[in-house]
Design a protein around this ligand. Structure first.
Ligand code: DHK
Length: 158
């Protein structure tokens, strides 16, 4: 078990700033601000300090992942459409090595086949999709569990 604050960075990619009015039948009625507030509040319940970031730009997401190195213990990442296209974001995740969970609001496997492929899963501990904004809460919980398990193993090793 880690002592001290466990810090998680929640990253949202392109078009997720339009949550609330974007295809609500797929993405729900909550705004990005609602989702981020939920992440911070649920994170607090789990004993995590959560910071949120959103950008529509691939490079800005790469920069944010790089700057998370050594600062955050885990990353919950919904890269939006970049999930299905971005080797640059994959490389950033592989470079920093911070445990990451891939998140999707919608069940991408029920949708177009181009959404079935993720370039980012290779660098993720796991993938959570289809639970709306609760996907983020599940990702935070999964990260906490993984970080505790890893930290327990370190303590046992001595
Ligand atoms: C969000 C997007 O913007 C899409 O491009 C992905 C993902 C799915 C989501 O479900 O959160 O294909």
């Amino acid at each position: 078990m880690t002592f001290g604050v466990v810090r998680i960075l929640v990253i949202n990619g392109p078009n997720l700033n339009t949550l609330g009015w974007r295809q609500p039948e797929l993405y729900g009625h909550e705004t990005l601000a609602d989702v981020e507030a939920k992440c911070v509040a649920e994170g607090k319940q789990l004993g995590l300090e959560v910071e949120c970031f959103q950008s529509n730009s691939e490079g800005a997401i790469v920069d944010r992942i790089q700057s998370a190195r050594g600062v955050f213990d885990g990353i919950a990442l919904n890269a939006g459409a970049y999930t299905h296209t971005s080797i640059a974001i994959l490389d950033a995740l592989l470079a920093v090595g911070t445990p990451a969970v891939e998140v999707h609001l919608s069940n991408v496997y029920q949708r177009e086949s181009f959404r079935h492929r993720s370039y980012l899963s290779k660098a993720a501990i796991g993938v959570i999709a289809g639970f709306g904004s609760h996907s983020y809460v599940l990702a935070l919980s999964a990260l906490k569990q993984q970080l505790e398990t890893a930290s327990d193993a370190e303590v046992k090793k001595g």
